[in-house]
Design a binder for this molecule. Structure first.
Ligand code: XUL
Ligand code: MN
Length: 379
């Protein structure tokens, strides 16, 4: 019997990006634990996960699929190129497993030429190259039927405030985003229903130009020519927790502003570097994660949850680099279902007449299925 399509409120579909599966688990203090695998192998792993009913969608950076050569900005359009052949081969694998592309994002962080920014680079020549790279990514996204283009702040940021051209920097950023809209429309790329900003407070830069969801919404509404086309994909718990913000607050704000387009999902220790722990993994965040899904259901939001995390470096198994990657996908989906089940227990929460402390304890008791009597017996 065919497995029922996944759709458990508020999550309509689950997406696993290429870069999370391909991640070889290096960090600033040690090299990769796993061999880097080719994008065709990543596609095969994703295809197996889809066949096992664990995911429905995927996403990618341009560089996750095919190499980029700035001297060949249009190689994706050349049907005789290696790039074109590889993109088609990846597409065949994904199509065969019924995996659709959720979003495409442009890597403006990997190449050293973008070390001082992509679309906000003070050098107009680098900004022009970044624009071409974004356009190539938009074409690749269209080839895969991507619904969103995502801009995450990447290296658009600074360490030295007095070195920033504050008069122009947000105009350059707006030019970059307006260019995305114009290119999609000029080329009639109908798969795109919108574009998103993914805010992050720091890392890789000391400070990034759109550090929080609040900054992103203000920028979209205040500076872009087509604010209705743009929304936010916050990365929760990670990016907002790095700035000590709360995920329930973030989704409450973004849904109220009608700007929550989809979620990036993982786990995080507050105020640390971007942990990108798998969802619910790590010492913190169970309550916040569950209450985030509770809040999303309460406000009636429905949408895609995209894992954006990697397996713990300690869990990487160099002797089984494919198997541990498959286990990682299963763990992410198991964690999401765990959070959704726990959030479901909160739906009957009625805090009328309770103090704040009573409401919080009642929510925890409900989440943990503890009845009042058993708790009182242990008091
Ligand atoms: C970085 C991050 C990115 C974006 C896509 O912290 O989250 O992976 O989601 O580039
Ligand atoms: Mn992300």
């Amino acid at each position: 019997m065919a497995k029922k399509a996944f759709n458990i409120a508020p999550v309509t579909m689950r997406s696993m990006p290429f870069w999370c599966v391909g991640n070889p688990l290096g960090d600033p203090f040690g090299g990769p634990v796993l061999p880097k695998i080719d994008s065709l192998q990543v596609a095969e792993i994703l295809a197996d996960a889809a066949k096992d009913g664990l995911i429905e969608l995927t996403s990618f950076h341009d560089d996750d699929l095919v190499a980029w050569d700035p001297k060949k900005p249009n190689d994706d359009q050349d049907k005789k190129s290696e790039t074109y052949a590889k993109l088609q081969a990846i597409k065949k694998i994904l199509d065969g497993a019924g995996i659709k592309a959720h979003m495409a994002t442009c890597s403006l962080h990997g190449h050293p030429m973008f070390r001082n920014g992509g679309v906000t680079n003070p050098d107009p020549k680098i900004r022009a190259i970044a624009k071409k790279k974004v356009e190539r990514t938009l074409r690749i996204g269209a080839m895969f039927g991507a619904k969103y283009f995502t801009y995450w702040v990447a290296r658009d940021g600074f360490e030295v405030p007095v070195a920033v051209d504050w008069k122009n920097v947000y105009n350059w950023l707006a030019d970059g985003m307006n260019g995305v809209y114009d290119y999609i429309k000029a080329n009639k790329f109908t798969s795109y229903v919108g574009a998103t900003v993914e805010p992050k407070p720091n890392e890789p830069r000391g400070h990034m130009y759109l550090p929080t969801s609040g900054h992103a919404v203000g920028f979209i509404c205040g500076k872009l020519k087509h604010p209705e086309f743009f929304g936010v994909n916050p990365e929760l718990l990670q990016h907002e927790s790095m700035a000590l913000l709360n995920a329930v607050h973030t989704v409450g704000y973004l849904t109220s502003m009608k700007k929550l387009f989809f979620l990036h999902f993982g786990s995080q220790i507050k105020a640390q570097f971007d942990n990108d722990f798998p969802p619910l993994v790590g010492p913190e965040g169970l309550k916040e994660t569950v209450q985030m899904f509770w809040a999303l259901r309460k406000v009636g939001w429905k949408g895609v949850v995209e894992y954006d995390c990697h397996m713990l470096r300690a869990d990487g198994d160099p002797d089984d680099p494919i198997g541990c990657r498959k286990a990682f996908i299963r763990d992410c989906t198991r964690a999401l279902s765990t959070a959704l089940l726990l959030a479901d227990r909160l739906m009957d929460l009625n805090t009328a007449g309770m103090s704040g402390a009573e409401a919080d304890l009642a929510a925890t008791a409900l989440m943990c299925k503890l009845d009042k009597k058993s708790v009182e017996e242990w008091m």
